[in-house]
Design a protein around this ligand. Structure first.
Ligand SMILES: Cc1ncc(COP(=O)(O)O)c(C=O)c1O
Length: 362
């Protein structure tokens, strides 16, 4: 394949074309550096400027106050599943988990290896097809923290606001909808997101954390596992993923300058998602949306066809229209269209037209 397709991959995922063009243009020589981004020291001037700029862009996009640290870590969101309890869950304490899909479940399983957890809500009984109402939550007011996954990438269910946990610090895995809209960061103890869906390439995970929470980190932790250490070292305790951070800087500049901020991005995202859900609803005999309508994700649109045979036919014919990576996650099957920030509206229009056409002939 030597031509760009419409790439609906759940992650690593589509990046904005202007960002890719800039990477290409700067590949041999980053301006002012005399070498590529991959060849320069993480302690030198050009990279220092990049990491500071990436942080400043994130602070501007999300209005992050100085009470919060912004970290660029490695190990993916998976490492955060462990780092959160290792740092925040003290001896004799318990942490609440709100389970609305596969990733939240995995986060809790990792936390169980480190300490005591409690299920504040689970949507497992209905196949993780919805998010709870505030009144459905069974919260422990003494919990060390309450963890939830604002967008479940596999099932395609999404919160459209944050749960109210009272005084208990809210910890959010925002991996698959980070930067798709503005968040009120002051409502969170911590937000983490691997970059490879909406913020850049794989290799870096962004952690936004209320600084006082890092005081819970045990001084004897291995230094890479300690948030307090990463805050002290300003993400430079070891060699950070320099290329990935450089791309996060470019993506966040694109959001600020080309898109015009996260409110505008959110409008575009809602419009794109609606186009696909409208087709699903208009052809409900063929396309069965997985998520209940009020919990539908604007990032990952998941649906099933009546048989495996029709699913394979759908995927095969979609490919011929350059609509790629639409296969649902191996654990749930069906179709998943990931329509992150950088998916152009033309890609969504092409998929919507294809779905209508396919329904006519099915
Ligand atoms: C919501 C969510 N959490 C966590 C992860 C795991 O991220 P990583 O592969 O960076 O560890 C993913 C990856 O798809 C995800 O979608």
């Amino acid at each position: 394949m030597d031509e760009r397709v419409f790439n609906f991959s759940a992650g690593p995922a589509v990046l904005p074309v202007p960002v890719l063009e800039q990477i290409r243009d700067e590949m041999l020589c980053l301006p002012g550096a005399g070498a590529s981004i991959m060849e320069i020291s993480h302690r030198g001037g050009p990279f220092t400027e990049i990491i500071h700029s990436a942080e400043a862009n994130l602070r501007k996009l999300l209005d992050i106050s100085d009470d919060y640290a912004v970290l660029f870590l490695q190990g993916g969101s998976r490492l955060q599943f462990s780092m959160v309890p290792i740092n925040l869950l003290g001896e004799g304490q318990s942490a609440d988990y709100i389970l609305t899909g596969s990733w939240g479940k995995k986060a809790m399983e990792e936390a169980q290896k480190e300490g005591q957890t409690r299920v504040a809500y689970t949507a497992k009984g209905s196949g993780f097809d919805h998010v709870p109402e505030q009144g459905d939550l069974d919260l422990d007011p003494q919990a060390a923290y309450c963890h939830y996954t604002c967008n479940e990438t596999i099932e395609g269910v999404q919160f459209n606001g944050e749960p109210d946990t009272g005084g208990v610090p809210l910890v959010c895995d925002a991996s698959s909808d980070f930067l798709h809209r503005k968040l009120d960061i002051s409502r969170y103890g911590m937000v983490y997101a691997c970059a490879q869906k909406n913020a850049g390439p794989s290799g870096v995970t962004i952690v936004i954390m209320r600084k006082d929470l890092a005081e819970r980190s045990d001084a004897n932790l291995p230094s890479y596992l300690s948030y307090a250490n990463h805050i002290k070292e300003e993400s430079l305790g070891n060699t950070p993923p320099t290329f990935a951070i450089y791309v996060v800087d470019l993506v966040t500049k694109w959001l600020l300058n080309d898109i015009g901020g996260l409110d505008k991005m959110f409008e575009q995202n809602k419009t794109k998602a609606l186009k696909l859900y409208d087709v699903i609803d208009a052809h409900s005999d063929l396309y069965k949306g997985h998520a209940q309508p009020s919990s539908r994700s604007v990032m990952n649109v998941t649906f099933n066809l009546p048989s495996d045979e029709l699913t394979s036919k759908f995927l095969g014919e979609a490919k011929k229209h350059k609509l790629e990576a639409l296969k649902g996650h191996r654990s749930v099957g069906g179709i998943r269209a990931s329509i992150y920030n950088a998916m152009p509206v033309e890609g969504v229009d092409a998929l919507a037209s294809f779905m209508k056409e396919f329904a006519k002939n099915a």
